[in-house]
Write a protein that binds this ligand. Structure first.
Ligand SMILES: C[S@@+](CC[C@H](N)C(=O)[O-])C[C@H]1O[C@@H](n2cnc3c(N)ncnc32)[C@H](O)[C@@H]1O
Length: 284
């Protein structure tokens, strides 16, 4: 199997996710390399994102597109939030529930679609979506759902892939489906979408450095695996034979070049829902 050069063979036929990018993250070899953190910037970026949300302990927060639960568990354990987490993938939710048990934290995990959130109106103080928003097929619908479930003054944090100009053809053809880039848009388009849905911007940051670190980390791990060295002492839960490591390394370098050129970016948006009749400045 050559997972990047032959993408059609890498998607499990039983995947219930809404995009091939989602199915990509369900695969054992991806989980092994990413260690259950499927967004650039890892926990450090999550901490920056959550700090900017400025929510008190006990706040009700949801993680949308939670993957296998890393951020949700961290929010419950280290921030003392009341955490709910949603993912469309049954496999991811099953793994998240197992990991929560091992971690002795409490998170309400839901296998659900972002387009129809399993929450009551005005139930949440905050919602975070890390590297998942660009995968949703009807983002206006999802933003309307988020608006419905957030309290007035509620915080929304989105970190996601972004483009700047048209993607080079080779990247668009080979990498975009696997790197959440296929439906990523540019910064202005994100901002227009958020504004149209009634959200105001609190802070925005370019977090593209996390993409470069991610590429470096993946290359290092692949190098180790290729040399027969265990990554973090764990044996791979997949068969390395047949992986075209040279091809993967080529595409990782190609990806990093475009990040350095600025045509592929990773952005953080900290947003809030204004309170009716309130002074917006007071909420920031
Ligand atoms: C790139 S992964 C990010 C996972 C996690 N947020 C993280 O940072 O580790 C994107 C996640 O979004 C989920 N997803 C995609 N479409 C979805 C939808 N319509 N509703 C809910 N979750 C969705 C996928 O199953 C996948 O777990």
């Amino acid at each position: 199997m050559a997972p990047i050069t032959k993408p059609d063979r890498a998607i499990p036929s039983t995947a219930q996710s809404s995009s091939c990018c989602s199915a990509f993250y369900e695969q054992d070899w991806v989980r092994h390399l990413a260690e259950d953190i499927f967004h650039p910037g890892g926990e450090e970026l999550t901490n920056r994102t959550v700090a900017a949300m400025n929510l008190p302990a006990g706040a009700a927060i949801a993680d949308l597109g939670c993957g296998t639960g890393t951020t949700a568990i961290m929010l419950a354990r280290y921030y003392d939030f009341v955490v709910s987490a949603v993912d469309i993938s049954a496999a991811n939710i099953e793994r998240a529930v197992q990991r929560m048990g091992a971690d002795q934290t409490t998170v309400r995990f839901y296998q659900a679609d972002a387009h129809q959130l399993p929450f009551n109106d005005s139930e949440l103080d905050g919602l975070i979506a890390e590297c998942s928003f660009s995968l949703f097929s009807e983002r206006e619908t999802v933003l309307a759902e988020i608006r419905r479930v957030l309290k007035p003054g509620g915080k929304l944090a989105i970190t996601d892939m972004a483009t700047s100009g048209a993607l080079p053809e080779d990247i668009a053809g080979v990498l975009a489906p696997w790197t959440c880039l296929a439906d990523a848009v540019d910064q202005e388009t994100y901002l227009e979408m958020f504004a149209a849905a009634g959200f105001k911007i609190q802070t925005m940051a370019d977090e593209s450095a996390g993409l470069i670190s991610l590429v470096r980390m993946l290359k290092r791990k692949l190098l180790l695996l290729g040399a027969g060295v265990l990554v973090n002492g764990k044996a791979p839960a997949f068969d390395l034979a047949g992986f075209d490591l040279a091809s993967i390394k080529f595409w990782l370098d190609r990806f990093a070049t475009e990040v350095e050129k600025g045509s592929i970016r990773y952005l953080r948006f900290n947003l809030y829902l204004p309170c009716p009749l309130a002074n917006d400045k007071a909420l920031q």
